[in-house]
Design a protein around this ligand. Structure first.
Ligand SMILES: NC(=O)c1ccc[n+]([C@@H]2O[C@H](COP(=O)([O-])OP(=O)(O)OC[C@H]3O[C@@H](n4cnc5c(N)ncnc54)[C@H](OP(=O)(O)O)[C@@H]3O)[C@@H](O)[C@H]2O)c1
Length: 260
């Protein structure tokens, strides 16, 4: 006999609190919506208070629990300080999705040491700083979820992507290290590696005929990914449905990385 309630229960996040960085739009926003729909109280993050307040209102109108915390998630120290404040206020943040990030497409010659450090800081160091700040409370309650938004570029690369590829590859290693250390405390740590997903970050590529054709033809599904398709995988990793998945890089790319 089918039992949709039991399935629903496995994905339920009722009573959980989640911080999702870079969640005013794109992958972060769809992830926040999915986690809120599953019952979590979500804390949105971005740099624009007005946009975040509007997004929180949208979630509340749908009956979800939501708030926002504005900070520069490309600055690891500022991120740790903000997460600390949130912890004091909330007691524990059960689910961290360190998602804020930006593509950086520049040749090796045009990538300065400062650019390199900036890209590593915004992706890798912030992921580390947020995990380090939020993990102790998760350890205490013996349940937690740490999810980093990586990229297929963490495993393969293209020309003009040195810093971004290295940062995302570092994030893949970081979740393995976190998983090894935090597993006995009931905390799972994973990365999600999206392929090409249509968001504001990739809008200009979709409007460029040459890029768009390359991207669409590159995966077996012959289309762009949608942010909500990444959010579905986030929900799996955030919920008890994904309780035995840890230390993994979950690729959600329409099959891009499976074919030549
Ligand atoms: N789209 C893709 O094809 C793709 C593929 C692989 C991996 N990814 C990864 O997925 C993640 C999300 O990308 P996306 O495509 O959803 O990007 P997006 O649509 O441009 O959204 C980026 C989000 O991050 C926020 N943000 C930007 N800079 C921030 C900062 N310094 N501090 C706090 N928030 C900041 C933005 O809000 P504000 O601008 O208002 O601050 C926005 O909410 C990134 O880590 C990216 O590397 C994306």
């Amino acid at each position: 006999m089918s039992n949709p309630d039991a399935v629903f229960q496995r994905f339920s996040l009722v009573g959980r609190k989640a911080l999702i960085t870079g969640s005013s739009r794109g992958i972060g926003w769809e992830t926040a919506k999915a986690l809120a729909e599953a019952g979590a109280k979500v804390f949105l993050n971005g740099r624009d208070e007005k946009v975040l307040a509007d997004q929180v209102s949208e979630l509340k109108i749908e009956g979800h629990a939501a708030d926002f915390i504005c900070f520069d998630a490309f600055d690891a120290e500022a991120s740790a300080a903000a997460a600390s404040t949130l912890l004091q206020q909330e007691g524990c943040i059960d689910i961290l999705v360190s998602n804020a990030g930006a593509a950086f497409r520049n040749s090796l010659a045009d990538t300065s040491l400062g650019d390199w450090r900036g890209v590593l800081e915004s992706h890798l160091s912030t992921g580390f700083a947020l995990a380090k700040t939020l993990a102790p409370a998760m350890q205490q309650q013996e349940w937690g979820r740490i999810i980093l938004t990586s990229s297929v570029m963490g495993e393969v690369s293209r020309p003009n992507n040195t810093a971004y590829t290295a940062a995302k590859g570092g994030m893949n290693s970081l979740v393995r290290a976190l998983a090894a250390e935090l597993g006995t405390d009931g905390i799972t740590c994973n990365a999600i590696a999206p392929g090409w997903v249509l968001t504001k970050a990739t809008e200009s590529l979709s409007l460029d005929n040459e890029w768009n054709t390359m991207i669409v033809n590159r995966n077996p599904l012959k289309r762009w990914g949608r942010p909500e398709e990444i959010a579905s995988a986030m929900l799996l990793l955030a919920s008890d449905a994904g309780s035995f998945i840890t230390g993994q890089v979950v690729t959600v790319d329409g099959g891009l990385s499976a074919v030549l």
